[in-house]
Design a binder for this molecule. Structure first.
Ligand code: BGP
Length: 470
């Protein structure tokens, strides 16, 4: 079946600075929490910087950005989602003045995108809080981070005015529940944080996010600023009403963030819970006013769905992207155990759209898989990644249904890791998402050469046709 997408649909791909740039100390860049996380989220932070940390070099996008953006342009990208490494701009996070070399680097990257008519979509904070802020303030536990973030966003909104129009505040802001180190630069181990601590951290980030929306709009009224959440679809494991209620409560853990961002206030279910459990969140005068600066659009990542049961111990546990539930017996899973559910994406798009009636942007989706580089008959290296093509096609078919059958307003789609990069949760190269293969291995070996995979040509055709032609 032929599935054509809306005329101005923004097709593209997504990356994050800490997972691809490398050059972790180049041109005045400060350290970020990722430089102390050689194992991703598997272990806590390391005491020192370890060479085995693949992110220190990443795929060296810092020195290959021209070549990479050229390949994105060849696929026909309309948009490229990337992040600014905060520590390139303010090396310690709390510096008086920004680092000019860091600012100049992103000028070059944006200019390169614009040269090909690619709109940059920029995440302001993608799991890469400056390390000094983690060490000195315990990250977003400390309210002073709002001020440091405000200065940073003011600097980049001003500098890149006219070059960047699409912005996201915090990557997967709801990850503060699951991995406060990655999501909020908090060095205190998660098990030592109380529920009140978690809500306090979340409050600081939510105020900072709304403040960024306010400042971004003041600096350039053309700016379109979105929130970004880990898109979670939870199904009740059975029709037992206990499972249904448990699912509703689990869902609210994510909806809390989108509700604040899109409705501009704390939802009633959170207010009641805080009151009932006697949890006090410190708020300053003016915070609730700032939260009223709602986002222009809602963006999210989507990889999988999960099941929720009131008695999860009765079932096999699932694996997943930062958070898990119990396994769904109807779904297959990726090599990393993430359960693949294209229809969950349609479900999620509908859920958000019915709730907020604001444009949605799918800014991450894709299949992490082991790829094998093979030599073709014509003497070129490639990867025959039909499994990736099938995954993306199945998901995009559901996006099409959400748009055409359900009337959901979807702005665009940026597939995750459009070029292979270091994975976030397991910090490895072996888990690849890209249309472009990068020759780098888990042991750090490799030439860093880039090779288009079969999916590269498939995506190029899809963008050209503006949809799926079967
Ligand atoms: C999201 C993150 C990304 C990304 C992706 C895939 O949670 O926003 O940074 O990496 O998940 O996860 P992983 O890299 O662990 O496979």
């Amino acid at each position: 079946m032929t599935m054509i997408f809306p005329k101005d649909f923004l097709w593209g791909g997504a990356t994050a600075a800490n997972q691809c740039e490398g050059a972790y100390q180049a041109d005045g860049k400060g350290l970020s929490i990722q430089d102390f996380m050689p194992d991703g989220i598997i272990k806590g932070p390391s005491e020192k910087i370890e060479e085995r940390n693949l992110k220190l070099i990443g795929i060296d996008f810092y020195h290959h950005y021209k070549e990479d953006i050229k390949m994105f342009a060849e696929m026909g990208f309309k948009v490229y989602r990337m992040s600014i490494a905060w520590s390139r701009i303010f090396p310690n996070g709390d510096d008086e003045t920004p680092n000019e070399s860091g600012l100049a680097f992103y000028d070059k990257v944006f200019d390169e995108c614009l040269k090909y008519g690619i709109e940059p979509l920029v995440t302001l904070s993608h799991y890469e809080t400056p390390y000094n802020l983690a060490k000195k303030y315990d990250g977003w536990r400390d309210r002073r981070l709002i001020g440091f973030f405000e200065k940073y966003v003011r600097t980049v909104f001003t500098r890149y005015k006219g070059k960047v129009k699409y912005w996201l505040t915090f990557n997967e802001i709801n990850s503060v529940w699951h991995f406060p180190l990655m999501g909020a630069g908090v060095l205190t181990p998660r098990e030592k944080l109380s529920k009140a601590d978690s809500y306090q951290i979340a409050h600081h980030e939510l105020v900072a996010s709304a403040l960024a929306v306010k400042i971004g709009h003041e600096i350039d009224s053309d700016n379109k600023i979105g929130c970004m959440v880990l898109g979670l679809v939870s199904y009740p494991r059975t029709c037992n009403p206990d499972d249904v209620i448990a699912t509703m409560e689990e869902g609210r853990r994510g909806l809390f963030f989108t509700d604040v961002h899109m409705r501009g206030k704390y939802p009633s279910y959170t207010m009641k819970m805080l009151e009932r459990e006697n949890i006090h969140t410190d708020m300053e005068e003016g915070d609730l006013e700032i939260l009223k600066n709602t986002c222009d659009f809602l963006s999210f990542s989507y990889y999988m769905s999960k099941c929720i049961a009131n008695n999860p111990e009765d079932y096999e546990k699932g694996k997943g992207n930062l958070t898990t539930g119990v396994k769904n017996p109807y779904l297959k899973e990726s090599e990393w155990g993430w359960q693949i559910d294209p229809q969950g994406l349609r479900y999620l798009l509908n859920m958000y759209y019915e709730r907020y009636e604001k444009p949605l942007f799918i800014v991450e989706n894709g299949l992490g898989a082991v790829d094998e580089l093979v030599l073709t008959e014509t003497g070129e290296y490639t990867v025959e990644d039909d499994y990736r093509i099938a995954y993306l096609k199945d998901h995009l078919a559901e996006v099409w249904k959400a748009i055409h059958l359900d009337g959901v307003d979807v702005m665009g789609y940026t597939s995750w890791g459009c070029i292979d990069l270091v994975s976030a949760s397991t910090a490895e190269m072996k888990k690849r998402y890209g249309f472009i293969y990068v020759d780098r291995n888990n042991d750090g070996s490799g030439s860093l050469k880039r090779y288009p995979k079969k999916s590269f040509y498939w995506y190029k055709d899809l963008i050209k046709a503006n949809g799926i032609i079967d």
